[in-house]
Design a protein around this ligand. Structure first.
Ligand code: NAD
Length: 351
């Protein structure tokens, strides 16, 4: 099985590459532009594996994508490359429109050209998984869950561009017959998460005795999934998901942001004690514009049709995550110093 992955140097992409190279034994070509969010250190464990290759390229570059398809001849594409940070999309949406919308269009066209030239079994077995987010559905009230049929209602420039890319992917299936399947996942957390995102930001700020910024009153609710559970789900959906369909991915782990922050503080009190409890560092800050109140995923279709289940519950996953950051300074210290001063606000989404 030859799998072309885009964005495999990012947070989820690197978990997926590690899973496919080590556990599944697939031949993987990782196509990544290495933006600020791409980090080859996340792939150190598998970088010398004979079934792993890396190509530094922009998915918006049609010629480069065409050549990647022609030379690697994938059986499958798993498309994760994106601009993914909501706060950055609010202050600079252009890169999001370019990569998330144009880049997905360019990649779909390169895939279509390649797939059109295939024959027989190779053509019948080819699959394109477009990886997306639950943020395309907008915000929930106190009750209810996002289903695959929930109408799209994105709030941020990030989620609007992801919604557009989902529509492109489904349209390429309906119009051209390209064998596309789409996944929409809730907030991920776990090791190798870029230090501008909520959970690593809170862990590292707490470690350094800095303020722990919480948007608004901290009551926004997210549905958290351990990143390795997501990687397994993506492999299952790409392998056996019905073409032209969408699959919601989530771990049934709804938490208020303030509860997540307090949980991290309690673990830090145990693993890295300070004279004052870490909770004293929590600082409420002005809410993000367009901040969705609640996300929660109904993953029944994925669970019943494809037999996937989240293996990690939030309490064990967050414990493992905090411990990982404390033990892997080599990974995050250079990012924290070079890219991120530690004073900027983190976000409270997947963002
Ligand atoms: P990330 O920001 O950590 O990684 C994105 C990767 O894409 C980086 O390696 C970056 O270098 C690469 N990239 C960006 N622009 C590119 C371009 N033009 N060409 C080639 N590579 C490019 O993102 P992530 O959190 O790992 O998310 C991966 C995917 O999953 C995204 O599509 C995102 O929308 C989706 N998603 C994320 C979450 C979450 O909680 N993080 C949840 C659901 C869905």
């Amino acid at each position: 099985m030859r799998i072309l992955i885009t964005g495999g140097a990012g947070f989820i992409g690197s978990a997926l590459v590690r899973h496919l190279v080590r556990d599944v034994g697939a031949d993987v070509l990782n196509v990544d532009k290495l933006t600020y969010a791409g980090n080859q250190a996340s792939l150190k464990i598998i970088e010398n594996a004979p079934n792993y290759r890396f190509l530094k390229a922009d998915i918006c570059d049609g010629q480069a994508m065409h050549e990647a398809f022609a030379s690697f001849r994938p059986d499958r594409v798993m498309h994760l490359a994106a601009e993914s940070h909501v706060d950055r999309s609010i202050t600079g949406a252009a890169d999001f429109v370019q990569t998330n919308v144009m880049g997905t269009f360019v990649l779909l066209e390169a895939a279509r050209r390649y797939w059109s030239g295939l024959e027989g079994e190779a053509k019948a077995d080819f699959r394109f998984l477009h990886v997306s987010t639950d943020e395309v559905y907008g915000s929930l009230g106190q009750d209810g869950l996002f289903h695959e049929q929930t109408p799209y209602d994105p709030s941020s420039p990030y989620s609007a561009t992801k919604a557009a890319s989902d529509h492109l992917a489904i349209a390429w299936q309906r119009t051209y017959g390209l064998p596309v399947v789409v996944s929409n996942c809730s907030n991920n957390y776990g090791p190798y998460h870029f230090p501008e995102k909520l959970i690593p930001l809170i862990i590292l700020n707490a470690l350094e005795g800095r303020q722990l910024p919480v948007y608004g009153n901290g009551a926004n609710i997210r549905d958290w999934l351990y990143v390795e559970d997501h990687a397994r789900a993506l492999h299952v959906i790409a392998s056996r998901g019905r073409l032209g369909e969408k699959y919601n991915v989530g771990g049934r782990n709804e938490r208020r942001n303030i509860d997540v922050v307090q949980r991290v503080c309690a673990i830090m009190d145990r693993l890295s004690p300070k004279p004052n409890p870490h909770e004293a560092l929590i600082t409420y800050v002005t809410d993000r514009p367009g901040h969705d109140a609640r996300y929660a995923i109904d993953a029944t279709r994925l669970e019943t049709e494809l037999g996937w289940k989240a293996l990690e519950n939030f309490d064990s996953g967050i414990e493992k995550t905090v411990a990982w950051y404390l033990e892997n300074r080599w990974w995050w210290q250079p990012l924290r110093e070079k890219v991120y001063s530690g004073e900027r606000l983190g976000t409270l989404g997947k963002d």
